[in-house]
Design a protein around this ligand. Structure first.
Ligand code: AOF
Ligand code: ZN
Length: 365
């Protein structure tokens, strides 16, 4: 961010301030569901005089914090917001009213709010109050910040991402690339971002650990353990209490669940058959926007969930990590073995990224 004085109203800096909005919005990564992440910057005479972000659903919106930070300096200033200011009474009062009351001169918006109760009404309200409004600055960046919120609002579906690692000869492997699980690694950052992560029972019992983000102060995803009749009996007696509090077990009647899990404070949902629908329904009730389906360990428990995801088009995104290994043998490491579906799905916007010694392939269903 340039902090030098620039000509007031200079449009050239709109993108710079909008990128700052996105940067500060990310401070609440993994904490805002079902709400979006939003950042706001108040600029007066070419200087940032106030900043704020939405920390959590139920707490004030980004604009309110930024206006508080700016105080009287907000008068005649420009407010940059990564998402259209709301115009409704939800858990909090409308941000449009706060901006009008503060007498800002101009509002620059990253993207229109896909929430049908807002959807451009906030912009209209500001314009009708005589405020100059610019929309669509760094729009793609603002959209990528909240892809799960946008998906939820536009389709009613939870944003479901499939992730796995494969060897260079195309076998699923347990290993996650070097550095990926550590702070700053792609896997650690993904866990921070998602509201819940679905794993097979084997992945937590074999290694006796539940997926945990190493980002400082990260909000940890709820660990949803899938335990089907394929599972070896789940032994979680030694799991520390704080880990147990972060997990829920979905099992079918055939699973060899260790008895008395609930006495250990572990929530269990027993179904005739574990289903992705049931897990996503549960997630929605929790106010989750994003869920990660993570293939690690023996994927027997997960196979049916993956099959269901493909059959019912429940998947939104895919992240495949190609690790620098050639792996032979062992049925556990064979490829999915899904029932043949006679289906070809084009993956859109496939982008390769480098992560340490691995290549990440990220795309959309
Ligand atoms: C903004 N700034 O920082 C956020 C907005 O229940 P509420 O009152 O928190 O309202 C939630 C809705 O408000 C949410 O679905 C989205 O449309 C918008 N979020 N709007 O102007 C913010 N977080
Ligand atoms: Zn608002």
């Amino acid at each position: 961010i340039r902090c030098g004085v620039v000509e007031e109203g200079s449009r050239n800096d709109d993108a710079v301030y909008m990128r700052r909005c996105v940067e500060i919005a990310r401070k609440a990564i993994g904490c805002t569901s079902p709400n979006p992440m939003v950042g706001c910057v108040i600029v007066k005479d070419g200087k940032i005089v106030g900043e704020g972000f939405h920390p959590k659903a139920g707490q004030p919106h980004a604009e309110v914090f930024a206006l508080r930070d700016a105080g009287d300096l907000a008068e005649n200033a420009t407010a940059y917001v990564s998402l259209e200011p709301c115009n409704h009474y939800g858990r909090t009062p409308p941000c449009t009213e706060a901006l009008i009351k503060a007498n800002v001169k101009r509002v620059v918006v990253g993207m229109v709010d896909p929430n049908p109760i807002v959807a451009s009404k906030g912009l209209d309200k500001l314009r009708n109050a005589g405020i100059e409004v610019t929309v669509g600055i760094e729009e793609d960046l603002c959209k990528s910040l909240n892809e799960s919120f946008i998906c939820q609002m536009l389709t009613g579906k939870t944003f479901l991402t499939l992730r796995y690692s494969i060897s260079v000869n195309g076998k699923i492997v347990d290993q996650i690339g070097e550095g990926a699980v550590e702070s700053g690694g792609y896997y650690s950052r993904m866990l921070q971002e998602y509201d819940a992560v679905i794993v097979s029972s084997a992945s937590i019992t074999e290694k006796f650990s539940i997926p945990t983000s190493q980002e400082p102060g990260a909000n940890q995803p709820l660990c949803v353990v899938a335990a089907s009749n394929h599972s070896s009996s789940i032994k979680i007696s030694d799991l520390p209490a704080e880990a147990a509090a972060r997990m829920i077990i979905f099992s079918d009647k055939e699973s060899k669940l260790e008895p008395k899990l609930s006495e250990k404070g572990i929530e269990t949902v027993v179904l005739d058959q574990i289903s992705l629908d049931a897990i996503l329904e549960y997630s929605k009730r929790q106010g989750f926007c994003s869920v990660l389906l993570d293939l690690r360990g023996s994927i027997d428990d997960i196979k049916e969930l993956l099959q269901e995801g493909i059959e019912k088009n429940l998947l939104q995104k895919i992240v495949v990590e190609v690790v620098p290994m050639w792996v032979e043998g062992d049925s556990k490491n064979s490829f999915f073995g899904l029932k043949s579906l006679d289906k070809v799905i084009d993956i859109k916007n496939l982008k390769p990224k480098v992560s340490g010694q691995s290549v990440l392939l990220e795309g959309y269903f």
